[in-house]
Design a protein around this ligand. Structure first.
Ligand code: HEM
Length: 423
């Protein structure tokens, strides 16, 4: 691994200022150091790897050498959630949660997804400027809670909104990365409110399951209850799915609006295709390209359990290791014009080399909701673009590293009902 010279340090700092995001310095390190480097911060020195070979190692061939469980706020919040635990415990929860997310179940969610999207859109008045980051989050929250727990949270949105944003902020990178012991006031009350809300959902489901009444639903919550999990374990899985299943979709929808706003020609072609075809190939390509440029989960976070080799470099046991989805997706050795928005690169089912396109990770711990998230994006975007006109207000946007990669300060768009759809 090349040592970090003062000039490289300066270039990284400049990139941080210019791009207003740590993604800038990561790109500088990738360009000048290579596909294996260490972040040189005091108290925080994770190893970063990227590219198909490294991804394959971490995700598949040498996955036994890494652990998911880490010592950080994500683990504190999600406790024994499927995203956190390792080994047999993980495999057990995962097997329980897969059936409601199986691709064969997805068509059954379509009408509900449209209905929830329509409800949010019906609050917009013609000519309003709306923030599509916020609106996408509302839609994604309504959809995930309804799909997995049969809970319509429309009336509860005001009550759970801040607790959910606080939970996301709690697990987002921040000063705690450098100073672990830093006090973090202002979260307890909100995290407790979110817990109370989830425990109430569990209790009311249990109460509805009298010996005379068979469970009416076949949702994820019911699978967890039927498997005999305790309320605490069920809460851990619910919170995991709620956060992992809506913050990612929020980011995907919001970035797609940014990219369409910045590329009116593609936006227009997409609308024409959606107006004439039931299934738009361009929409699939746009979603894929949006996931490439702004992968909502931009790194996979691991702890090295047993020393790993990456070429002639070594990641020692005990260290933190990130596999970077973002850097893999922007690698000029893999992608032509990697920073350009070019949905056509996915046209005609064009394939990419294995492990070079990994928005949902890979291997046995690939995203459990990948098919759901993509189906949701297709349904929501088709509905909104067929029925509403979106005009980007062209304000500056930068990628913010929260729990996911978010377009900040938001995505302000002027909306109006499309003339042909007005009543
Ligand atoms: C656009 C949408 C989504 C994206 C881009 C995304 C991305 C990812 C990625 C990259 C991973 C692997 C991370 C790693 O290797 O460390 C992952 C795992 C996971 N995702 Fe997603 N995700 C999305 C939607 C969803 C949805 C809708 C759900 C739930 C319904 C979900 C639940 C999970 C869970 C539980 C895991 C952990 C799986 C395990 O460890 O076995 N995700 N996701």
């Amino acid at each position: 691994m090349k040592p970090i010279s003062p000039s490289l340090g300066r270039a990284a700092l400049l990139a941080l200022l210019k791009e207003r995001s740590p993604l800038g310095p990561l790109k500088v390190m990738a360009k000048h150091v290579g596909r294996f480097f260490q972040i040189p911060l005091p108290g925080f020195r994770p190893y970063v790897v990227f590219g198909p070979e490294a991804n394959r190692k971490v995700l598949v061939t040498e996955r036994e050498k890494v652990l998911w469980r880490n010592t950080d706020p994500v683990t504190d919040l999600l406790r024994r959630g499927v995203l956190i635990v390792d080994g047999e415990e993980h495999d057990r929860y995962r097997a329980l949660m897969e059936p409601p997310l199986h691709p064969s179940r997805l068509p059954a969610y379509t009408d509900m997804m449209i209905w929830q999207t329509e409800r949010v859109a019906s609050t917009w008045r013609d000519g309003d400027i709306v923030d599509m980051l916020v609106e996408s989050r509302k839609i994604a929250l309504l959809i995930i809670m309804q799909a997995l727990f049969s809970k319509d949270v429309w009336d509860d949105l005001p009550r759970i909104w801040t607790p959910i944003l606080k939970a996301i902020e709690y697990i987002s990178p921040g000063a705690w990365i450098l100073w672990r012991k830093i006090p973090r006031p202002g979260y307890k009350k909100h995290l407790r409110a979110l817990d109370d809300y989830l425990y109430q959902i569990i209790a009311s489901r249990r109460a509805s399951m009298t010996s005379y009444q068979l469970p009416a639903t076949n949702d994820l919550l019911q699978h967890l209850i039927d498997a005999g999990l305790t309320d605490d374990l069920i809460r851990d899985q619910m919170l995991t799915m709620l956060i992992a299943g809506h913050d990612t979709s929020t980011a995907l929808l919001a970035w797609t609006f940014v990219l369409l706003g910045e590329h009116p020609d593609i936006h227009q072609r997409l609308i024409e295709e959606l107006d004439t075809l039931d299934k738009s190939p361009l929409l699939d390509q746009v979603i894929k390209e949006s996931l490439r440029l702004y992968p909502p989960i931009h790194i996979g976070n691991r702890r090295v359990a047993e020393e790993m080799d990456f070429g002639d470099c070594k990641a020692p046991a005990g260290e933190r290791l990130f596999y970077s989805i973002y850097l893999t997706h922007r690698d000029p050795a893999i992608w032509e014009n990697p920073d350009s928005f070019c949905p056509e690169r996915f046209a005609h089912g064009r394939k990419t080399p294995p492990f070079s396109y990994v928005p949902f990770g890979g291997g046995p711990r690939a995203c459990i909701g990948g098919a759901f998230g993509q189906a949701e994006a297709r349904v929501v975007l088709s509905y909104l673009l067929r029925n509403y006109q979106f005009q980007f207000t062209h304000h500056p946007i930068h990628p913010h590293m929260g729990a996911t990669l978010e377009p900040r300060p938001g995505v302000r768009m002027r909306v109006s009902k499309r003339a042909e759809n007005r009543e």
